[in-house]
Write a protein that binds this ligand. Sequence first.
Ligand SMILES: Cc1cc2nc3c(=O)[nH]c(=O)nc-3n(C[C@H](O)[C@H](O)[C@H](O)COP(=O)(O)OP(=O)(O)OC[C@H]3O[C@@H](n4cnc5c(N)ncnc54)[C@H](O)[C@@H]3O)c2cc1C
Length: 292
Amino acid sequence: MEFMRPATWADALAAKAEHPGALPIQGGTDVMVEINFDVRRPEALLDLNRVAELTEWDTSGGRLRVGAGVPYARLIRELGDRLPGLAQAARTVGSPQIRNRGSVGGNLGAASPAGDSHPPLLAGDAVVEAESAARGVRMIPAAEFYLGVKRSALEPDELIRAFWSAPASGPQYFSKIGTRNAMVIAVCSFALALHPEERRVGTGVGSAAPTPRRAPAAEAFASAELDWEGRGPLPDAASRRFGELVADAAAPIDDVRGTAGYRRHALAVMARRTLAWAWNDHRAATPERRAS
Ligand SMILES: Cc1cc2nc3c(=O)[nH]c(=O)nc-3n(C[C@H](O)[C@H](O)[C@H](O)COP(=O)(O)OP(=O)(O)OC[C@H]3O[C@@H](n4cnc5c(N)ncnc54)[C@H](O)[C@@H]3O)c2cc1C
């Protein structure tokens, strides 16, 4: 197996153009498992660890641009205040060792329906920055990135350079169900982001369909139902309906981790709870306005 180790992003793109079959490796927490278990035997490995800019983040035009290789541990430490939903998800990934190596870029590259980054990226309207030597940069909204089980919109000659996201403008939550408390692949997961300036609710459903996906009908319902002006309490009936609509958006299967019925039920509960938590946080931060 050939092993390539470019030192610059331009060299990495050139190597991928020349060897479209080369498998990128960042933290290696998916790639090495697959190689060790003989799940795949790539013709070449393209090690991106020397490309320093992949592990940097900055802000541009009020948005965060986070390098594909920034490990979860740094994301939690350095961006937890600005991307709280993603940081919550990152805290549930694997173990400290996995969080020190694993990255959002690798989660996107693997495009597993169970990947924990995906629901918060969807709820927060993140955009994936992909690039190829031949066609340059392509900005792919997270909602258009996932095409099938472990299939993404990435072309064979493209690499993920970064993801973009606005810093949270309201409360965000991530909730995950596993068969134990840590080191666990999600049975199902859910992320919610309030976007108060746009009076909008964002959602992301994980591990309950062939791809991570949003729940558009639930988003529209909650966005219309929440009392953005008066900041009144969330009626129980509304949070229950929101939960039902999130569950309806899923297309789960029965597998070793859980049944389709359990996943639907769990999603409804997680959706109901995260909406209540987020709305209560929002109300606490911005007191209720009573009509005088
Ligand atoms: C013990 C263990 C526990 C785990 N627990 C979780 C968990 O709780 N939640 C979870 O979501 N995942 C979990 N994982 C899976 C894995 O840690 C994550 O998917 C992680 O985000 C992968 O990141 P990485 O940098 O290690 O990716 P890598 O293994 O380096 O790469 C993963 C995939 O992305 C591709 N890739 C990497 N970088 C790029 C790039 N810049 N451009 C294009 N493609 C790229 C690779 O070719 C590969 O297909 C676990 C893994 C292990 C071994």
